[in-house]
Design a protein around this ligand. Sequence first.
Ligand SMILES: Cc1cc2nc3c(=O)[nH]c(=O)nc-3n(C[C@H](O)[C@H](O)[C@H](O)COP(=O)(O)OP(=O)(O)OC[C@H]3O[C@@H](n4cnc5c(N)ncnc54)[C@H](O)[C@@H]3O)c2cc1C
Length: 334
Amino acid sequence: MMNKAGKDIWVFGDYRNYFRNRVTLQLLAKASELALRTKGRVCAIVFGSDVDEYVNEYIAHGAQKVYVIDHASLKSYRIDTYVELMKRLASEHGPETILIGATCFGREFAPRVAKRLNTGLTADCIDLEINNDGLLVQTAPSFGGNLLAKIITPEHRPQMATVRPGVFKELPHDYEVTGEIVNVPLPKNLPKDRVRLISSKHEPRRTQKIENARIVVCGGRGMGSKKKFKKLFELAGILDGEVGATRPVVYSKWTTHDSLVGQAGRQIKPQVLFSFGISGAIQHTAAIEDAKFIIAVNKNPEASMMKIADVAVVADANQVCAALIKELKKRIRR
Ligand SMILES: Cc1cc2nc3c(=O)[nH]c(=O)nc-3n(C[C@H](O)[C@H](O)[C@H](O)COP(=O)(O)OP(=O)(O)OC[C@H]3O[C@@H](n4cnc5c(N)ncnc54)[C@H](O)[C@@H]3O)c2cc1C
C-alpha cells in the first residue's frame, strides 16, 4: 500500500495484562519522539469491549488521536477479525508507520497485518529512529544476535515494526492532556473467524528472584496473621512482583526465609516497593535503599518507614491491600 496521507504513527494498543505489559506505553513514548521529526500525529488503535479506560490511558501517555472499535464481539482477541479490522483501518487512513509490541500477540498479529497491507515488517526491533530522508530506521538483531541490522522501508507504506518490551521508557501519566477519540463502528461484513474460543485459562505465574523483581510487595508484623499475610502473594501475583518480609514475619513462619529483606536477608532494588505494616528498623531499611519508589502503609504516621516512603498511607494495611487487589482485578484483562 502506498502512502495516502499524513505522517501519522500508529501504535497498536495491546492492553492485555495491562499492569505487567507496558510495551504499548513504551511505544507511545517513542512514537512521540519520532513524531517531533516527522511532524505527524501519534495515534493509538484500540479494539475490544468496554475499553474506555485504556483509551484514556493511551491519551495520558502520548496518543494524540485514538481510533477505537468497541464491540462486545471483540472482548476476546481473535486473530482473523483483528487482522481484518487493522487492514481496513490502515487502508482507509494510510498511516506512515505502525508499531506493535513484540509480545506473543504482536508476533502473531503484525506479520499478518503486514502481508495484508503488502508492506514490510521488521520484527523484534531494539531501536527506532528517523533518518535524514524521513524514513524509519528499524534496528533489529540478526544472525542470532551477532549483527545489528538497520532496516528501512523506502517504497512501501506503512513502515511496520514490532518492538521488544522494555527497550523504550514510557512517558509519565499526564492527567491534563486531551486527545481526539474516533469511534469506528464494527464493520458488518467481516469474514467469519476460523477460530472459536471455547475457554481460556491463565498460565501459572513464573517466579523470579526477589533481588531482580521490578515490584516487591513487602509485609511486616502489622499484617497481623499468616492468613492475612497471604493476601500479599495475591497482590504480588497481579503485579508480577515478588513478596518480601521482615524478620518477625519469617520467624513466625508466615513465609519462607528466602523472602527476608534486610541485613540478615536479601538486598532489593525494585522500581516500586510496597511496604505493608512495617516499622522501618534499620536492619530492614538498609536493604531497600535502592528501591526507586516506596509506598508505605502503616497505622502509625510516625513509623520510620513512613518517613522514608515516597507515598505514606496512614491506614490499616489489610484494608489497603484488599482494596488494591479488588481495584486491580477490575482493571486487568487477561
Ligand atoms: C542482628 C539483627 C539483624 C536483623 N536483621 C533483620 C533483617 O534482615 N530484616 C528485618 O526485617 N529485620 C531484621 N532485624 C529485626 C529488626 O530490627 C526489626 O525488629 C524488624 O525489622 C521489625 O519488623 P516489623 O516492621 O515487621 O515489625 P514491627 O517493628 O513490630 O512493626 C510493625 C509495624 O506495623 C504497624 N502496624 C500494626 N498494625 C498495623 C495495621 N493493621 N495496619 C498497618 N500498620 C500496622 C505498626 O505501626 C508498626 O510500625 C534484625 C535485628 C537484629 C538485631
